[in-house]
Design a protein around this ligand. Structure first.
Ligand code: HEC
Length: 158
């Protein structure tokens, strides 16, 4: 196991311990209401739009990981698109916890590491491990911010 993977796992457990479940409790209910009843008033934030793209990208990537057909181009595209997450405007900046930056760095590091494995033409099992670890980081960040999408994210894992 590589050191950065071990580091990620360490951060994951550490941050789980200090995690705060207070924020964003009603977000999914709220946004359902927004979609159904207040569609004209609801506008998704820059970050929410990015997250929607990230979910679609990872669902697409899953098919490629499964067949061992990810290319460097695929992963480069993901890294450059997803790495703006830390500067994208959220719905409510007050809900963003100090851990956000850390989780977002770990997530991008894991994609970089997946790229390294693909470059080295590593085993598909190694690629799957990293793909799932990146999704675990999505879930960890969501535990602290916005639990609504967690079950969808878990379903993307292989
Ligand atoms: C660093 C923290 C962090 C990481 C990592 C992260 N998210 Fe998010 N996610 C958020 C926050 C915060 C929001 C709320 C955004 C807002 O309302 O502006 C969000 C919102 C979402 C939403 C709901 C968007 C909407 O329609 O309102 C989805 C779906 C989502 N994330 C999926 C993912 C997926 C899939 C991953 C990993 C591939 C991921 N997230 C990684 C913090 C994170």
């Amino acid at each position: 196991m590589s050191t950065s993977l071990i580091k990620s796992i360490f951060y994951y457990f550490f941050l789980s311990l200090v995690s705060c479940f207070l924020s964003c409790n009603n977000r999914s209910i709220e946004s359902d209401l927004s979609k159904n009843n207040r569609q004209d008033l609801y506008k998704a934030s820059e970050l929410a739009n990015k997250m929607r793209d990230m979910a679609l990208d990872m669902e697409e990537l899953k098919l490629k990981v499964n067949t061992g057909s990810i290319t460097i181009k695929d992963i480069d595209k993901l890294i450059s698109s997803h790495s703006t997450m830390s500067s994208d405007e959220p719905t409510d900046i007050k809900e963003i916890q100090p851990s956000f930056q850390l989780f977002s760095n770990i997530y991008i590091e894991q994609l970089e590491e997946l790229k390294t494995i693909i470059l080295k033409q590593g085993e598909i099992s190694e690629q799957i491990l990293l793909f799932n670890s990146a999704l675990t980081t999505c879930v960890s960040c969501h535990r602290e911010h916005c639990p609504g999408p967690i079950s969808r994210i878990e379903k993307i894992k292989i």
